[in-house]
Design a protein around this ligand. Sequence first.
Ligand code: SF4
Ligand code: SF4
Length: 442
Amino acid sequence: MSLLDMVKEAGVIGAGGAGFPTHVKLASKSEFILLNGAECEPLLRVDQQLMKLFPDEIIKGFEIAGRFVGASKALIGVKGKHKKVISILKEKILELQVGDFVEVKELPDVYPVGDEQVLVYELTGRVVPEMGIPIQVGCVVINTETALNIYHASKGEPVTEKYITVAGDIPNRLTIKVPVGTPIIDVLKKSGIENFDDYAVIDGGPMMGPVMTNIDGYITKKNKGFVILKKQHSLIRKKSMNLEQASRVNKASCGQCRMCTDMCPRYLLGHNMQPHKMMTALNYALTDIEGQKISQLCCQCNLCELFSCPQGLYPKSANIYFKEKLAKQNIRYKPVKLEFTPHKMREYRLVPSKRLIARLGLGDFDRAAPMTEAQIQPDLVQIATSQHVGAPAVPVVFANDHVELGQVIGKIPEGSLGATIHSSISGTVVECGNDFIVIRRN
Ligand code: SF4
Ligand code: SF4
C-alpha cells in the first residue's frame, strides 16, 4: 500500500484546526515540505510538547511525507524561543542521518507566524498569491501532530486520539491525549473547575477560536485546545459580539487611521487586504462591489480587532460582513497579478507574542500546560461523521454492532473529498446516524 493510501485509510487530517484531508495534500508534487511547529495561538501548548516527546516519530513522519511529495528540502519551523525543542530536533536529525533533507528553521515569536502563508514566507521567502494556496509556490505545509499521525499511519495505526491543551483562568493547566468523541465537558473538568456557570470557553486559541455557545459537544480530530476564562473577562466580552452588534459599533467611530491595514499580516505580505477600506464601505454603505471583493483576502487572524485598532473596533467583522454578502451572490475576487512583494516595513510591524498576550489580558495565564499521563476513558463516545473539510463519512456500521478500537466505522463517499473515521474505543454502537456514531464501552 502506498503512503497515500495508508494516510487515507488512517483518516489523517490537518490537526492544526483546518481539518483538510492529508492524503489529498500529499497527492501534489512539491519542491518544499514545511512542518508548521509555530503554534502561535497564545496559551496553546500541544505542538511544542509533541516535538519534545516524540521527535523521532515526528521527524520520520515528516520525512516520509516529504520524500513522497518529491520535495528537495523538508523545513521544520519552530519559534526560536523554544531552545530545548530545537536542540532535541537537531540531535534527532543527526541521529537519524536525515540532515541533508530535514532542517530546523527558527521562527520569530510573533503573531500570526503560524498562518500558513506567513509561515511559507518566513521559511522560504516566497509569497503565496492572493486567494492562493502554498502549493502554488512549491510548498506543502503540514502540522506537527499531523506528521506524528502520518508516522502512525505508515505503521497501520489510525487516528483515534487527539492532543488537547486546557488553559486559561483555571487551577490546573494541562495538555492531555483523549479519544476522539470524548465529551468536551470531561476534558474541561480536568481544569479543576466543576461548575462552568461563571465561565466562558473558547474553542481553540484566544485569537481565532470562537466562544462556545454550549459545552455539550464531543472532541473531534480538529480540536486543539480550550481556553477557559471568567465570563466578564474583556476578551470574552469582545469576542461575544455578533456581526450586527459589531457593525453598529463600527459605524460610530472609525477614524480611518489605517492601523488595521498597516499591521495586517496579509497586507504586509503584499496582498491587497485593506480592512480600513471595508470600514469605509460599511460606514457609508458604499455599493462598489469591486472594492468590497478585497474582503475575501482576510485570513481572519483577528489581529486588527484584538490588537491593532486603537478604537477597539471590529474591522475583521466588516470583512466578514462583505465576504458573506459576496459569497451569497457567488462573486469572487480575481487577483490581477501572481507575484507579490512584502511591504518594506513588514519586519518593523510584526506583533510580538508577549505584547499581544498582555493586550489580550492573558499575561497571568501564560504558563506551562504540561502533558499529563492522566487518562480520560469515557463510557460513551460520539464520533462526528464530519470532522474534516469535505463530505461527511458514510457509516459502515449499524446499531448494536460490536466494534473494536481502531475499526473503520465511516468511509469517504465515492469520488468525494473526505476522511475515514474509526472507533476510538471498543464497544457497542448504540446509535448510528448521518451526523454521528455513538459507541458505548463494553
Ligand atoms: S478600524 Fe480602527 S484601526 Fe482601522 S481605520 Fe478604523 S479606527 Fe483605524
Ligand atoms: S483579520 Fe484583520 S488583520 Fe487578520 S487578515 Fe483579516 S483584516 Fe488582516
